[in-house]
Design a protein around this ligand. Sequence first.
Ligand SMILES: *Cc1c(COP(=O)(O)O)cnc(C)c1O
Length: 379
Amino acid sequence: MNPNVEHLECSLEGRIYPADRAWRLSEAGRPLLVRYRLDAIRSSVDRDRIAARAGGFWKWRELLPPGDFERVPRLGESDTPLIDLGGGLQVKDEGRLPTGSFKARGLALAVAMAREFGLDKLCLPSNGNAGAALAAYATRAGMRSLVYCPADTPRINIDETRLCGAEVVEVDGYIDDCGKLLAERAAAEGWFDVSTLKEPYRLEGKKTMGLELAAQFGWCLPEAIFYPTGGGTGLIGMWKAFAELRELGWIDGPLPKMFAVQADGCAPMVRAWEAGEEFAARWESASTCAAGIRVPQAVGDFLILRAVRESGGRAVAVSEHEIKTSWQALAREQGVLMCPEGAATHAAWQRMVADGVLQAGSRALLFNCATGLKYPLPI
Ligand SMILES: *Cc1c(COP(=O)(O)O)cnc(C)c1O
């Protein structure tokens, strides 16, 4: 464990947990957050020296939990590029990461920490990309992996996950159904469940998106960030990154408005945001081509809603037609092949500009979270 880590904290109740052992959820059944000795980091670490390092997300080691960076699993991580789409709009292309999606960030950290704690059997439920990233990093670290996924997960993800060494079980149901079935087997057979936000370290991996963005934007963040929200780990992680950076005094200016983007066919956060609720009820009969955001219920719901509200952003749902239109337009007109989840953020940005929520020309950032090549392409 990195000596900069002070302790873990329950995200709902604030109770403190020692960081020296493997935890899953807090006793309140909610995510645990890693807290750092930011005062010590502020006085001993230079932001520009970190930013200049190679190694992609592993470069942020002072703000990450592993104690031994010689032993973390590596697959050639690098910073992901910003692509300029014109009119103040940029896209961060996370499809360049190992396994082709930003799930690499979180799973690399979860696997590294599990190994530090002496665990060797990891499992999770997945809509595709998380399973693939777990399989690759677990295999890299010499550990076993087990993935439960909905039977209609994109075929390429299932095949990739198996090929990279995981046992894959296909389930007739949604990702939360997979999670319930998997929990029974995990308990019986001793698998450690690294479901998103149900252990503390995937969030720290996704946090690196916020750190990397701050450095790429010259420590002055864009006005708006559009994030395709399933479990919300990336959105919560970036918001945590921005809070840490602000406390370190490393960023200037106001924080971005966070836009949680969902699909009309699965929009539990949008429904809760519109109703002013603190928690989000399960979305029944979820359906969208954007598999990564087909998440009916999220354990970090209140953290997503809190970040969106604190930032002055919104939760926005877009239609399948809007997703496909943006997907095709960006490819045809800009040569940028997004994943459907990424295309959803473009559709949401268009809507916010059209509705006057965001001024045309303001600096906005879209997340393309996976390579478009992993999906059945629209013809
Ligand atoms: C996992 C995933 C998402 C959702 O990410 P969260 O941080 O869990 O909300 C969006 N798009 C793709 C492609 C994904 O794999």
